[in-house]
Design a protein around this ligand. Sequence first.
Ligand code: C5P
Length: 295
Amino acid sequence: MITLRAPAKVNLRLRVLGREQSGFHGLETLFCAISLADEIRVARRDDGEVELVVDGQAPTALPEDNLVVRAARAYAREIGEAGGFAIHLYKRIPSAAGLGGGSSDAAATLLALQALCDQPLDARRLLRLGAGLGSDVPFFLCGSPLAWAWSRGERLLALPPLESRPVLVAHPGTPMPTPRAFQILAESRGAGFVPGAAVLDSGGLGDWKALRGLAVNDFGEIVAREIPGVGDALHAIRHAGAHIAMVAGSGSAVFGVFATPQARDAAVPSVESLGFATWRAETLAAMPIPRPAPS
Ligand code: C5P
């Protein structure tokens, strides 16, 4: 049996570029993994079935629709085996929150299966398989907790991790489905929208101070407009001294990156008084690795 933590992510920068012919939008984004994590345990089954048991603190998709099951079936097809697996998923990361939970669970499943199988896939095939499951999956497979991504997120540049920083994650209780967020953004921009090319300075990626200057999320305004309390929560997080305070991905969660755990913790009461659930976390300096577990 293999066990693995599946971390959430935040986007320290998220620019949505033009809509491509595929219907998807090109992105320019900076992914950062955080310590808020689901946990996954995978064991082999002899009967060729994929069984998923979910428990934990956050609701998630039913087993048949769950990306974890789709990941396990796709992996078995790719390696050409019947692939029977028993998977246990412990959920902490809220869904439709912009935190990449479903994608991270799928990536963790693939990594656990790689560790279980005698002839694991090479990195290219694994990344391609992941990209077919969801836009954020390749990031969780790339091995670094910090990475630039372009296109749909499958073109990745893994960056050297920065020192860990305290993070506050807050969720309003209302989900924001990703397709809806993209649709509202596209409608608000209209047909005449011309995406601006960002100018990146490679020297500007080396520390938190520099990243602060890049921190922008194109979904910020629409999520604050659509989801009650988001604007106030961001204001409270900034007021408490966060260096970066943004919507997570396409929402509805928000997050703040702080200099000290004390500053982060001081923000909790004001954010919770707005009706938000909160999680104290840190940015990750390394991605979790699969470990054998007692059966
Ligand atoms: O990749 P994911 O399954 O999360 O995407 C859900 C939906 O969000 C897509 O079907 C598409 O409508 C929209 N989307 C997009 N551009 C992206 C990612 C998602 O338009 N880069």
